[in-house]
Write a protein that binds this ligand. Sequence first.
Ligand SMILES: N[C@@H](CCC(=O)N[C@@H](CS)C(=O)NCC(=O)O)C(=O)O
Length: 242
Amino acid sequence: MTKDKIILHWLKFSRSHRVLWLLEELNVPYELKLYVRDKEYRAPPELRKIHPLGRSPVLEIYPDGSDTEEPVIVAETGYIMSYILENYNPEGKLVPASKKNQELVKYYLYYTEGSLQGLLVSLLVLSKTSERAPWGTRTLAGLVAKGIAKGYYLPEAKSNLDFLEEQLSRQPGGYFAGDKLSAADIILSFPIYHNLFSDHKAASERVGQDITKLYPHLNAWSKKIAAEPGLIKADEVIKTKL
Ligand SMILES: N[C@@H](CCC(=O)N[C@@H](CS)C(=O)NCC(=O)O)C(=O)O
């Protein structure tokens, strides 16, 4: 077991839950620092003391538990997850057996935040346009935002979901990289399960089609993810602390 003191800076309703899940899955000891969003849905300013971008997740690591040394700060979910797997996973848990699937996991660790997540965040931001626009301009602002979403972000998001559906349909085990849970599934859980399929009715309305019918493999995978013991444990950990 590592002697490093690992602090996870976890923000409510955020991508940081995946890091908590991974730490639980690997039985890595950690401390939690919890943050709640303000009324503008932003992270509190204290997070900027840990990393200048003020985002979550962030890990603050004290090598060998020493409080006197400068901590190692690790940001960006994909990098954080690689860092944990490389440094705190001597038994190689969650690592797929084949080289091909190991490479696929790496791909998804980059892809999820690099290509997919930004599209979903942009759609969310655009959907708030009319309520944020000055009074009197709301209808027009809403129409412009809808036009941008329809003209670019929605087709791009759909093309990514088509791609993921196709990728998953080629995996007989029903996971993204092989026949068991891997870090690929954990990182994809936020955009696919939490953002879309956990409230598939709302997501279907935004997409304009029933996403459970459009993406049956992603739907079945989401149900499996919801029942994953590591995710359930991570949810429980938070429930006791919030
Ligand atoms: N690409 C970063 C994104 C981190 C990020 O933007 N996190 C959001 C939560 S989902 C955040 O901290 N938002 C705070 C804010 O917008 O004030 C990652 O993968 O970790």
